[in-house]
Ligand binder design. Structure first.
Ligand code: MG
Length: 269
């Protein structure tokens, strides 16, 4: 039986080139043809949010389709290929791993016998070239994306195939509304990547941190920013992670603790 550890990508392991490179170039191309300045990036995000609101979780992350639709609405003749822009900008230093321990930690988890899966709302065609360029592509046994699963986080349906194939030991991510909430409602130990932990909490263990008032306050603020509507409908427990880590190598101790807990439970059975 496979023991999976699932990872969010953007904001968790890596920085993609969308916000700093691709969206500005799309804006420049469109304003160039229109010969006036319009807030293209704002319009792209509005369309993304509109699709999310309509529960079109796959279409919401189809940036080629979003750009195509807006270009048509604005009567543009140029055609912009977001996938090609991604390939053009998927190179260091435009893209990078978010800390120095990402690569060695993934390698250690593989050596310990875990299977690794990326569970991302980004389409494979936008994510895999970045992962490969950063040297982490081959470490993943599977890459789960919305266009394949026909749903996106926080819909736990995105985990269906992995759960049929084995057990998910932990899910690691940076968003409370997508990553932590999804893991918690699926009974999967959740690990929040919080590189900006409130001062003084670094000295505590990743599990202890999540019980501290300044941390809970931080989660409350983060959740309100991520999804104001969901924030009002959820109890804080729904988005409180089991662990909070401030760099990726702290994950190793969390996984060891979960493994010893599950072997203890098996011995007690
Ligand atoms: Mg993320």
């Amino acid at each position: 039986m496979n023991k999976w550890i699932t990872f969010d990508l953007d904001g968790t392991l890596m920085q993609n080139p969308f916000s700093a490179w691709i969206f500005p170039e799309v804006e420049q191309l469109i304003c160039g043809e229109l010969n006036r300045n319009i807030e293209v990036r704002k319009a792209l995000f509005q369309e993304h949010k509109l699709r999310m609101k309509r529960q079109e979780m796959v279409a919401a992350y189809d940036w080629d389709d979003i750009v195509r639709q807006l270009s048509k609405d604005w009567g543009l003749s140029l055609s912009i290929d977001v996938e090609q822009l991604l390939l053009k900008h998927a190179a260091a230093p435009k893209i990078y791993l978010l800390d120095d321990t990402v690569l060695p930690t993934l390698e250690k988890l593989k050596q310990k016998g875990y299977s690794l899966a990326a569970v991302t709302n980004g389409f494979r065609k936008y994510q895999y070239p970045v992962m490969e360029e950063l040297g982490i592509g081959s470490l993943f046994d599977d890459i789960i994306t919305p266009e394949r699963m026909e749903c996106g986080k926080p819909d736990a349906g995105i985990l269906r195939e992995l759960q049929q194939d084995g057990i998910i030991v932990a899910h690691v991510g940076d968003r409370l509304d997508h990553d932590i909430h999804m893991a918690n409602q699926s009974g999967i130990p959740s690990v929040l990547v919080a590189r900006d932990l409130p001062a003084g909490l670094e000295v505590l263990s990743p599990a202890e941190r999540t019980t501290q008032a300044p941390f809970l306050q931080r989660c409350e603020e983060q959740m309100r920013k991520e999804d104001p509507e969901l924030h009002t409908s959820l109890q804080p427990e729904a988005y409180r992670p089991a662990y909070a880590i401030c760099q990726m190598d702290e994950l190793l101790a969390c996984i060891d603790e979960l493994a010893s807990r599950s072997s203890g439970a098996a011995a007690a059975d």
